[in-house]
Design a protein around this ligand. Structure first.
Ligand code: SF4
Length: 378
């Protein structure tokens, strides 16, 4: 069976004001212990890694580029050792990199140990906005990182941007998009996420106290629509709600998740989906460090076949091309149009979904109200 690997690095130089990911800025002294534990966890799962066909590796966080690159090399070497992957095999290996945490040498080391895709967290091309949301870098540092990546020979690069930020105008967003699209050579992949104000974050506090103001819903929709049109005009295919790519450069790791393929997560809080089980590691760092890897797993869901079919729809309808009726039939031996006739009829009447030959997909209106569509398959 195909299997993706996710590796979580929970270290950041500084916590950004909007972030509620499992990441810490004050535990750099635990790096070595953490990496040891992570490698132990990979060793514990060697049978699974050996028996399956590893298709992608994604090193995320946190900020993976904030730890010594030698640690990244150690982790990947462990994966190579216990699985059938050789560095020459053509699998997608991504690492998240944040400007201000990386030097050119690090990028060379990543490349030497088989990493072939970078995801760079720019978020905005405007320094004032970066400062406002608590990022540590400025645009100049991003440009350095990008140029080093190109000089090192990386050709598959994603840039992360954000919209709906406090004080962000559509002009700011236009400028950021323009800067990114005009990079030489242009990045092959661009992700644009809307800010989600999470409970307990600095940004939430500042908004509640009136220090910051979010753009209203209309303004945010305008920003989203502008992004979609601008990137499509510049040859990027909109392939998932927040993701755009040049042909052939869609993120394989994420696409596999949206196609309900299996993946295993290593590290603090990392999620896995194997044989219908959705489970994760503990979010408690001490618990993760002080226990066997099997004792820190929390099972969230054991799916039966009906759960799987619903989830297949829910995940698949994140993709702009939607789901293929023929692929659903092949996987489950049944026709989704019949199984979900009630839900599909309602959503088609609401003009949120269309069925077009072999495809079931969101309409333009459905893209704006995707939550209503997904709710039908929860
Ligand atoms: S760099 Fe990313 S993971 Fe780290 S604090 Fe900022 S948003 Fe969170």
């Amino acid at each position: 069976m195909e299997l993706g690997i996710y590796i979580h690095i929970p270290f950041c130089k500084k916590k950004c004001d909007y972030c509620d990911f499992i990441s810490y800025s004050n535990i750099f002294n635990l790096q070595e212990t953490y990496i040891k534990k992570l490698i132990e966890e990979i060793e514990d799962n060697k049978k699974l890694l050996k028996e399956n066909d590893i298709t992608t590796i994604y090193i995320g966080g946190g900020t993976p580029s904030s730890i010594k690159p030698e640690y990244i090399k150690k982790i990947l070497n462990k994966v190579y050792e216990v699985s059938d992957i050789t560095q020459t095999k053509n699998i997608e290996i991504t690492i998240e990199v944040n400007p201000g945490t990386v030097e050119k040498n690090n990028l060379q080391l990543y490349k030497d140990c088989g990493i072939n895709r970078l995801s760079i967290g720019l978020q905005s091309g405007k320094d004032e906005l970066l400062k406002l949301i608590g990022r540590i870098h400025d645009y100049r540092q991003f440009i350095n990182t990008y140029n080093w990546a190109i000089e090192t020979g990386f050709t598959n690069i994603n840039i992360d941007l954000m919209l709906g930020l406090p004080n962000q105008t559509i002009q700011d967003l236009k400028q950021s998009l323009q800067n990114v699209v005009n990079l030489k050579p242009e990045p092959k992949h661009i992700s644009v996420y809307s800010l989600i104000v999470e409970e307990g974050t600095q940004i939430e506090k500042k908004i509640n106290e009136g220090e910051l103001q979010l753009p209203d819903e209309n303004e945010e929709r305008n920003q989203y629509n502008y992004t979609k049109n601008y990137l499509e005009l510049n040859g990027y295919k909109h392939y998932e709600i927040s993701n755009f790519a040049k042909k052939g450069f869609e993120s394989k790791h994420n696409m596999n998740c949206w196609k309900q393929k299996q993946y295993i997560g290593f590290g603090l809080s990392a999620h896995s989906y194997i044989k219908g089980y959705r489970y994760s590691n503990t979010c408690n760092l001490q618990e993760y460090l002080n226990n066997n890897s099997t004792d820190v797993k929390i099972i969230h869901e054991k799916q039966n076949i009906d759960d799987m079919k619903k989830e297949y729809m829910l995940l698949g309808l994140r993709k702009i091309d939607g789901i293929k009726i023929s692929e659903f039939k092949e996987k489950f031996g049944e026709n989704p149009i019949y199984i979900f006739r009630k839900e599909l009829k309602k959503l088609i009447e609401q003009k949120l979904l269309i069925i077009d030959l072999d495809d079931i997909k969101l309409t333009r209106k459905g893209l704006d109200f995707a939550n209503l569509v997904w709710e039908e398959f929860v």
